[in-house]
Design a binder for this molecule. Structure first.
Ligand code: SF4
Length: 119
């Protein structure tokens, strides 16, 4: 695999002994070990929201989750609809797929009064 930590793009491989080879530095070794043994990703997406002028609220995982669960986590959001108000940093979905990681709102969306309410 190619290390993406810096522009040098070293070619990493894992020997049968579990040793990471081909790295140009310690950061690449750490990256390679993580990618070969337990790859994780931070997921960013959006989720439906009502009660505000915006149709969707941007969210991201509070921590990286296993790469194998990324698609399932995004599909899970299809069934979620938030209700305004939502503040940046709010945990809007807790313990995604049993990972212990929450989806966090990355934008504050406040209640929008209808025209009838404001008259
Ligand atoms: S192994 Fe180190 S030097 Fe090579 S691409 Fe990764 S971070 Fe850069």
């Amino acid at each position: 695999m190619i290390c993406i930590v810096c522009p040098k793009s070293c070619r990493l491989r894992m020997a049968e002994s579990g040793e990471i080879q081909g790295q140009g530095c310690a950061r690449g070794e750490e990256y390679g070990r993580s990618e070969f043994m337990n790859p994780v990703r931070t997921v960013t997406s959006t989720v439906r929201i009502s009660g505000t002028g915006q149709p969707r609220c941007p969210v991201k995982t509070g921590r990286p989750i296993p790469k194998s669960k990324v698609l399932e986590a995004v599909r899970f959001l299809d069934g979620v609809e938030l209700q305004a108000p939502v503040l940046t940093g709010d945990a809007v979905c807790r313990d995604i797929l049993g990972t212990g990681v929450d989806f966090i709102a990355t934008r504050s969306l406040h209640i929008q009064k209808s025209k009838e309410d404001s008259q």
